[in-house]
Every structure is written in structure tokens, then in C-alpha cells.
Design a protein around this ligand. Structure first.
Ligand SMILES: NC(=O)c1ccc[n+]([C@@H]2O[C@H](COP(=O)([O-])OP(=O)(O)OC[C@H]3O[C@@H](n4cnc5c(N)ncnc54)[C@H](O)[C@@H]3O)[C@@H](O)[C@H]2O)c1
Length: 270
């Protein structure tokens, strides 16, 4: 893949964010900044990548920082610190997120649950996008590591979901948040397309990560849901989402902006 330069990844301690972190390091990024709530979990991912780099001979600089994406001031501070450390930010992957099912659906959804999901999934994505875009708009375009052509000033990929385009019962706040992420992606992409910023979303179907496998309200019906609704009859792997993220981030997608790439084993074609 074609991802020279420096990447910032939220939700990097687990699941899709972790797979993206490994993919950027493997595919030739000069540096990655891994952000999440737990410092220990981030250190574990860093150690895994360093181990892989030892075997494969990579030399990606890895920074880790504890960050709550719902804390606007903290987001601004940490994104600016990373930009100073790396000299620039070429890619952002907004993978921090939480899932929640409201017993009884919208009529019984509690405000605190609604706000928590919206805060992490939509507000957090917005805070990170805003902080990074300000930096990206002021930097020179990066050159492709494959053919030297000038690429974007910056590329942002937001993790939406198939629930950004369709819905399932009782996922009130989650579905609203992911529809919002696609809306944010589309409008921001148009704001900066002419300035060399590309902003896209990825819509995963059901993927085998702690979000699905360790969450009883999701995992109880997961196998049945996959067998009934997913034409491929299996969960996706985090790496299969990371491949889409790296494609949308780097030089091979130089004419792609404002899109929402569905990676779902055929779930939403029905
Ligand atoms: N797993 C799936 O089936 C699936 C499907 C569609 C979309 N997604 C989306 O992909 C993204 C990654 O999901 P995943 O499956 O890897 O989940 P995950 O639970 O494995 O990882 C999510 C990470 O986000 C972090 N996080 C949560 N709140 C945070 C906060 N306030 N600040 C910083 N970090 C925070 C968590 O600590 C965790 O490490 C999410 O946005 C999710 O909604 C996942």
C-alpha cells in the first residue's frame, strides 16, 4: 500500500483500531500515534508492532497517548503535540467507538445512554477531525511512495458502520451516531476537497472484535444474525477493515473523497 508519512489512530488499543495500527506500520508509514483510553493496552499494541517490525525489518516510529475523544480540550492538546513530534499528520483514523442496545428501543432509551454513545461516536469523531484538519490544511502535499506523484495534504478515515446506512432494532443511539458520522464525512469532504484534504468513511458489517464478541447484548444474537443476514455467512476480520482503511488513506485512492466504503460480506446488498 501507499501510506508514507505519519498516521494518528484512535481506538488503537483494540479491534479495528489495533488492526489499522499494525497495517500502517506494515505498509510503510514513517510514524504512527496510537490513542485510546487505556495506556497499558496501547503499550501492548506497541509491543506487538515492534515485535513484527523486528521480524520484517520495518522502522516505524510508534507514539502512544492516553486520550478520551469526548474531551475536546484534551483532543486539541494531544493532536497538536503529535503534530509537533512528527512534524505533520498525514492520516487520521477515527476508530474509537462504543456500541449500545436500548432495551425497548427509542421509547425507553435513557438520555444518559443516548448522550454517551453520541459523545464518543459522533462528537469524538468531530473533535479529532477538526483538530487534525486545521493542521493538515497548513501542510504541503505528501508524495506517493510508489510513483512520486503529489498526493493529498491529509486524509481522514472515519469508522461509520453498516448502521450508518441501514438500521437494526434497539440500536437507537448507535445507528443515529453512525448516520451522523457519514453526514459529517460527506460535508467535511466537500469543504476541503479543493484544498487537498480527503475525508472518507468505512462502513463495516459485523466484525469479530471485543465490541461484538465481548458484549452480551450484541454477542447473544450475533451468530444467528450473521447466518441469517450476511451472504458470506461469517464475521469479518479486523484486518479486512484495516485493508479498506489503508486503501482510503493512501495514494491508491487519490481521487476518492466523501465516500462511505461498505465492507460487510454482502450484508447491505439485500
Ligand atoms: N466490530 C464491529 O462489528 C463494527 C461494525 C461496524 C462499525 N464498527 C466501528 O468500528 C470502530 C472500532 O470498533 P471495534 O469493533 O474495533 O471496537 P473495540 O471495542 O474493539 O475497540 C474500540 C476502541 O475504542 C476505544 N474507545 C472507546 N471510547 C473511547 C473514548 N471515549 N476515547 C478514546 N477511545 C475510546 C476503546 O477503549 C476500544 O479500545 C467503532 O467506531 C465501531 O463503532 C465496528
Amino acid at each position: 500500500m501507499d501510506v508514507p508519512g505519519f498516521a494518528v489512530i484512535t481506538g488503537a488499543a483494540s479491534g479495528i483500531g489495533r488492526a489499522c495500527s499494525k497495517a500502517f506500520a506494515r505498509d510503510g508509514s514513517a510514524g504512527i500515534a496510537l490513542l485510546d483510553l487505556s495506556y497499558e493496552s496501547l503499550l501492548a499494541v506497541k509491543a506487538e508492532i515492534e515485535e513484527e517490525q523486528k521480524k520484517q525489518g520495518g522502522k516505524c516510529q510508534i507514539e502512544v497517548s492516553m486520550l478520551d475523544v469526548t474531551d475536546e480540550a484534551q483532543v486539541d492538546r494531544i493532536i497538536n503535540q503529535i503534530a509537533q513530534k512528527f512534524g505533520r499528520i498525514d492520516y487520521v483514523v477515527n476508530a474509537a467507538g462504543i456500541a449500545f442496545k436500548h432495551q425497548g428501543g427509542a421509547a425507553y432509551a435513557e438520555t444518559k445512554d443516548w448522550q454517551r454513545v453520541l459523545n464518543v461516536n459522533l462528537n469524538g469523531t468531530f473533535y479529532i477531525l477538526r483538530a487534525a484538519a486545521k493542521i493538515m490544511l497548513k501542510q504541503e502535499r505528501i508524495l506517493s511512495s510508489i510513483d512520486g506523484r503529489p498526493l493529498q495534504r491529509g486524509s481522514i478515515v472515519n469508522l461509520a458502520s453498516i448502521l450508518g446506512t441501514v438500521a437494526v432494532p434497539t440500536s437507537t443511539a448507535y445507528t443515529a451516531s453512525k448516520h451522523g458520522v457519514i453526514g459529517l464525512t460527506r460535508t467535511a469532504s466537500e469543504d476541503y476537497a479543493k484544498d487537498g484534504l480527503r475525508i472518507n468513511a468505512v462502513c463495516p458489517g459485523y466484525i469479530g472484535t471485543p465490541m461484538t464478541l465481548n458484549n452480551p447484548s450484541v454477542s447473544q444474537t450475533l451468530e444467528e444474525r450473521v447466518q441469517t443476514f450476511c451472504p458470506m455467512k461469517r464475521l469479518g476480520e479486523p484486518q479486512e477493515i484495516a485493508d479498506g482503511v489503508v486503501y482510503l488513506s493512501g495514494g491508491r485512492s487519490s481521487f476518492v473523497t466523501g465516500t462511505a466504503l461498505v465492507i460487510d460480506g454482502g450484508y447491505t446488498q439485500r
